[in-house]
Design a protein around this ligand. Structure first.
Ligand SMILES: Cc1cc2nc3c(=O)[nH]c(=O)nc-3n(C[C@H](O)[C@H](O)[C@H](O)COP(=O)(O)OP(=O)(O)OC[C@H]3O[C@@H](n4cnc5c(N)ncnc54)[C@H](O)[C@@H]3O)c2cc1C
Length: 394
């Protein structure tokens, strides 16, 4: 594949964001509105199939392009950014592990607005989203029955399909995992409400699966292949996309604060807010951190592209991707905090800055939470096992 024109990609997605997504952002937040209009506009322009090969109706672009798109959407609306990343991740997982029939049925209609998401986290295991207690059951030779209480699923009740993770029928260990593509219209699926501090439009509520009957043609990969899918399918694309959204959020906070400082004048001595060194220092603190994100994002995205092109597992760079997710979400919070501080009472009032401040908080707890992620990073530094699936082991 020849190198895409990344500047053109950025200009194109910026145009769409400016025309559609930015103007919907306040409404999406205030009303807790699922950003369907934004998703449909992204679908029409092809961005919902950014990583999907052209033969399945996608743009056939790479992870660098995907990260640019996610960053630019995040700059305008974090809710839309997260829905977009979960969709692209679900679609890419099918692209990597699905068969031709699944790609035709679930990927090709992305252009018409069909969207997917990940449904992995379970109430019983909290933030250890890779560890399921739910287990699929066989229903004859052709079908499975799925039962699970999923605690959070972005686009719950809104997505057309869920990339669903559970234990294989009769699993003997937590690593015996199987994935399914679950049609959201199937009987037995119930979405709960999503009311939260921020990212109020992304509907990351609970999902119950009660005896949901899924045909074996919608099993993703083989029975028991789920651990590979967690490491090399779900996680890499999700982490680069998530980090890119928080990068966009961090940039938006800095841009809005800079605008406020340069446009606001105290008339007593006719000084702008930007004349106060203490405020400029806070902008500068955010700027230095924000600028650390783009080169890192591009480098990791490039590595994902190289691994994919070489047919190597993308989970090879899971820890660097996790480090990037931690840093990007922390920088979004620092940038939003400083932006609110330097904008005084006007920043605190309802509007873009307080929305960004609330939205950014979601990044800290989203899987892997920054606490969990730091545990992984620290353990790997000192040669300890990560203990994802068993005490004292893997
Ligand atoms: C906005 C949003 C969108 C989401 N979207 C999805 C989605 O699309 N699909 C999906 O499957 N899930 C999704 N999730 C779920 C997410 O990945 C986590 O599973 C979830 O946030 C965990 O919440 P909890 O209260 O159960 O965490 P808990 O695990 O109970 O965490 C409580 C505290 O303990 C800390 N902690 C937990 N385990 C450890 C540990 N081992 N070491 C150190 N500290 C630890 C946490 O960092 C946190 O501070 C989403 C969550 C949010 C908030």
């Amino acid at each position: 594949m020849s190198t895409p024109d990344y500047e053109k990609i950025r200009a194109d997605i910026r145009k769409l964001v400016d025309e559609v997504i930015r103007s919907n952002a306040e409404k999406v937040d205030e009303q807790g509105l699922f950003p369907r209009e934004n998703l449909n506009a992204l679908a029409r322009a092809g961005w919902n199939g950014v990583l999907i090969p052209e033969e399945y109706g996608g743009l056939g672009l790479d992870h660098v392009a995907f990260s640019i798109v996610a960053e630019e959407i995040g700059r305008a609306c974090a809710s839309t950014g997260l829905v977009y990343v979960m969709h692209t991740g679900a679609a890419q997982t099918i692209n990597l592990f699905g068969n031709h029939d699944q790609k035709l049925r679930w990927l090709k209609p992305a252009r018409e607005g069909l969207i997917g998401t990940y449904s992995t986290s379970e109430k019983a295991t909290g933030g250890h989203w890779w560890f399921n207690l739910s287990e699929a059951a066989r229903d004859g030779d052709e079908y499975y029955r799925l039962n699970a209480e999923k605690s959070f699923t972005t686009s719950a009740g809104q997505a057309d399909y869920y990339v669903f993770q559970t234990r294989s029928p009769g699993a003997k260990s937590a690593t015996d995992i199987t994935f399914f593509i679950v049609d959201s219209k199937l009987e037995g699926i119930q979405a709960g409400r999503w009311e939260a501090l921020g990212v109020r439009g992304n509907h990351s509520g609970p999902l119950r699966y009660d005896n949901v009957r899924v045909h074996k043609r919608d099993r993703l990969g083989e029975e028991g292949q789920g651990k590979d899918i967690v490491y090399h399918g779900v996680s890499p694309v999700y982490l680069i996309g998530l980090g890119a959204v928080w990068h966009g959020v961090a940039r938006a906070a800095l841009e809005k604060a800079t605008e406020h400082l340069t446009n606001t004048i105290h008339r007593d001595f006719n000084r702008k807010l930007s004349d106060y060194q203490v405020l400029r220092q806070q902008l500068a603190e955010a700027k230095v951190l924000v600028e650390s994100l783009r080169p890192w994002q591009f480098e990791l995205a490039r590595q994902l592209d190289q691994l994919q092109a070489a047919g190597e597992p993308q989970g090879k760079i899971l820890l660097p991707l996790t480090e990037f997710k931690v840093h990007a979400s922390e920088v979004a919070n620092i940038s939003a905090r400083n932006a609110l501080d330097v904008s005084g009472g006007y920043g605190y009032k309802k509007g873009p800055l307080e929305r960004i401040f609330r939205d950014a908080r979601a990044g800290i707890g989203m899987g892997p939470s920054n606490n969990i992620a730091r545990e992984w990073i620290g353990k790997s530094l000192v040669g300890l096992p990560l203990e994802l699936f068993e005490q004292g082991g893997e």
